[in-house]
Ligand binder design. Structure first.
Ligand code: NDP
Length: 478
């Protein structure tokens, strides 16, 4: 009997995805450029299910029933194109090629276009949850045609994570939609981690709490609205003792955050769409700053901080912890609202028709940003599918109304204490900008008209206007 689905690319992700498929009863054909990984998979895990090992791509294609379904799980970028180019001449109309790597959504759009012209289905699919997720149930964000999803969906939903019996896999939309949403997931993950890091930093510096004490704070927070995978593992990392010398593990880790690039892609894409994603942007910038060793060395101990830390002594420990919890939650709500804005904008720009509420359900299990709070997003879009911003939904509005005074105190304390909190403060500025009835953008328009005759619109009349700044300052309508 021929295999139902194939995986090519058997590094950590591909191998675990293939095992997940086999463990769920699917007949899986497997292939890797260098045969060693294929042999290792069969030798170690062959007993887990029905595997067919293929030595090359023609053999892989030959092993499959039609329409063929081939998952590519290789290094993103050129390697993916190389595999597609080799695969395409071997395929027949109606076959389905799935790129489950971390492709840029614009590459996915290009590949989908090229393959659909040949009568092939191309499904760019986000897969989140790292190696553990790939094996035991990832969050899956497939794009591509409806026709492709009709035959692929039953397989993907079966191997995905499940929450309350519901699969964390939904057809996101055509062409690049799946990879766009996966990219946004990673951008939100950056923002989430930055906000958690700021909460930790503030509590540690303002209250002089030890990492072990802070682990307790995060563990406590994980029983409420903030309950999430990232808060849970924050407690684990903070309570970890350095296995080499003892003492807090977090204090021996080099404080330079690395990045593979999906956070940067998210911010770049949002800039192109004109959507402010300040939470994610500040998170990317903060990682860049952490890695900017030359300038940090030049400035550390040289640039002065606040002259007095007198306020520190007056701070009530429990009250400040509670304030920081509110600041973290409110900032997180803003970061998600911004992320969903970017998905909405991309969906409009590329005609994807993405169901925003469903995106929150995909992320409830299997992925890094899984959290109790995602149910609140789903409920918000159920209440109003046309919601202009998550922040105006009643749950979000009330949560921030409850927490905003605390949030403002935390941002003020951060500034006075000289502790960087770019995520908290950018989120608060966004919130205040969004709710403002008048913005100083009016002044900017005036400046632009003065120096560049860029024109302005009026609050009280239709049309476009210009002032004769260098002449008699009369107004002309164009
Ligand atoms: P890697 O990204 O490390 O890629 C290694 C695999 O790519 C190997 O199978 C390798 O084959 C193959 N490969 C590289 N170049 C070529 C080429 N030119 N032609 C054919 N095959 C090639 O593997 P991962 O498992 O970490 O990730 C796979 C994909 O999943 C990536 O796109 C990644 O971004 C994405 N991803 C990874 C996650 C993770 O946690 N690691 C999470 C979510 C997505 P060979 O053995 O012959 O060298």
């Amino acid at each position: 009997e021929k295999a139902e689905i194939a995986v090519t690319g058997l590094a950590v992700m591909g191998r675990n995805l293939a095992r997940n498929l086999a463990r769920n009863g699917f007949r899986v054909a497997v292939h890797n450029r260098s045969q060693g990984r294929t042999d290792a998979l069969i030798e170690e895990f062959g007993h887990e299910g029905d595997f067919t090992a293929a030595a090359d791509l023609p053999a892989l294609v030959e092993a499959l029933e039609t329409p063929r379904k081939i998952i590519i799980m290789v290094k993103a970028g050129e390697p993916t194109d190389a595999v597609i180019d080799e695969l395409v001449p071997l395929l027949d109309k109606g076959d389905i090629v799935i790129d489950a790597g971390n492709a840029h959504f614009l590459d996915t759009r290009r590949r989908e276009q090229a393959l659909s012209e040949k009568g092939l289905n191309f499904v760019g699919s986000g897969v989140s949850g790292g190696e553990e997720g790939a094996l035991n149930g990832p969050s899956i964000m497939p794009g591509g045609s409806k026709e492709a999803y009709d035959s692929l969906g039953p397989i993907l939903t079966k191997i995905s994570a499940h929450v309350n019996g519901e699969p964390c896999c939904v057809h996101v939309g055509p062409d690049g939609a799946g990879h766009f949403v996966k990219m946004l997931h990673n951008g939100i993950e950056y923002a989430d981690m930055q906000l958690i890091a700021e909460a930790y930093d503030l509590l540690r510096h303002v209250l002089d709490l030890s990492p072990a004490e802070l682990a307790g704070v995060f563990r406590e927070w994980n029983t409420g609205d903030l309950e999430s995978f990232l808060i849970e593992i924050t407690a684990d990392v903070l309570s970890q003792v350095d296995p080499t010398h003892g003492g807090p593990f977090v204090d021996v880790v080099l404080d330079q955050a690395e990045q593979k690039g999906t956070g940067r892609w998210t911010v770049q894409s949002a800039l192109d769409l004109g959507i402010p994603v300040s939470g994610m942007a500040e998170a990317v910038f903060a990682r860049s700053l952490s890695g900017d060793v030359v300038r940090r060395e030049a400035a550390a101990g040289v640039l002065p901080g606040p002259s007095s830390s007198s306020e520190k002594a007056d701070i009530d420990r429990d009250a400040f912890i509670e304030d920081v919890r509110h600041a973290l939650y409110s900032s997180k709500l803003v970061a998600y609202a911004q992320g969903f804005d970017a998905i909405r904008a991309a969906s409009e720009q590329y005609d994807w028709n993405v169901d925003l509420g469903a995106m929150a359900t995909i992320w409830r299990g299997g992925c890094i940003i899984r959290a109790r709070f995602l149910d609140r997003i789903k409920e918000a879009y159920d209440r109003n599918p046309q919601l202009p911003s998550l922040l105006v939904d009643e749950y979000f509005k009330d949560a921030i109304a409850n927490g905003q005074d605390a949030w403002r105190r935390v941002v003020a304390t951060a500034a006075t204490a000289g502790v960087p909190a770019p995520g908290f403060s950018a989120a608060l500025s966004y919130y205040d900008g969004l709710r403002a009835e008048r913005l100083p953008a009016a002044l900017i328009q005036g400046l632009r008209d003065l120096f560049g005759a860029h024109t302005y619109k009026r609050v009280d009349a239709e049309g476009t206007f210009h002032l004769e700044w260098s002449g008699d300052r009369s107004e002309t309508k164009s």
